[in-house]
Design a protein around this ligand. Sequence first.
Ligand code: KIV
Ligand code: ZN
Length: 390
Amino acid sequence: MADKKIFIFDTTLRDGEQVPGCKLNTKEKIELALKLEELGVDIIEAGFPISSPGDFESVEQISKTLKRATVCALSRAVQKDIDVAGAAIKHARNPRIHTGIGTSDFHIKSKFNSTREDILQRAVQCVKWARNYTDNVEFYAEDAGRTDNEYLAQVVEAVIAAGATTVNIPDTTGYCLPNQYGDKMLFLVNNVSNIDKAVLSCHCHNDLGLATANSIAGIVGGARQIECTINGLGERAGNTSLEEVVMVIKQHKHLGFYTDVKSEMLNPMSRLVSDIMRMPVQPNKAIVGSNAFSHSSGIHQDGFLKDALTYEIINPEEVGAGGSRIVLTARSGRSALAHRLQKLGYQFNRNDVDVLYESFLKVADLKKEVQDEDLTQLATAYQPEAIMAS
Ligand code: KIV
Ligand code: ZN
């Protein structure tokens, strides 16, 4: 059976930009939107036009600029919001409105002081209103992660009947476990009579560090779109990280999915977003962290130098990471030392390396990382007439 395409819905410019300190101006948003389009994402959520005149302008300009990707504008289930979203995406080649309302009892009672029946009606009305502007309407059931499945199925069926072509099932609070989130999707696939008329979408937050696992469980359960951000940026602990889901899908081909994202652009894209948003990436971040392809312990370095596959499941070139790095520290072993000396042009036999290793450890215990200059000093002091290989 042919692999199934997973639509990548990037929300770096909307949910990602909600991060304190990450606000972007229109020029920066356009620059990122163009790069995201080049990266191969299918849908770009460009902003929340009613939220400010600046965001309206950004969504409008991005709509005028992009050639291939769908441009999506967020709105609440409020007519005025939807009108403004509709106006902002008017010039897009492929426009989408993303509208919705909270469906969990927490939202229905505490936020809206309402009832399930009333919320269902408002959900239907907002989708119908959005259809005045475009045929491509996505509905979000906010806090679907904590919404009762039976009620959620009723809402999903009603909004699809009203014209929603994508239905987003957000785990807004990052509460679900992967099996719960996957089962939720499966429940909807099995209990919504018109489910074949819409795409189910995963939108997971990372409050418990489960956003990527939940999104993957979601597609296994039947969803065909993942909402995610570069570097996992987003409200609180962030959203599903785009680079992670793309590479999980690529690495685990047996799942039977693919995306159109160009994986070799992932690291340059991560750096661009980090620079423009002035938000550093944690060094141990999967795929794009500065240590993602660094090896520092002796056991790992020895194995890696014999065969990279022993400690690397991804070729760094495949994600545009430049290459692997052997970091020399007090935890490094003789083979890493010998390898680096050789790279620096020194030829030492095994006994020489054994002796040099003792001096190396003394330096390494004093420093976090031993640099090439340190090794050159050691090698020169040990055997000033050491034969240079080249
Ligand atoms: O987390 C969430 O529920 C959202 C919606 C607005 C889609 O970001
Ligand atoms: Zn969100």
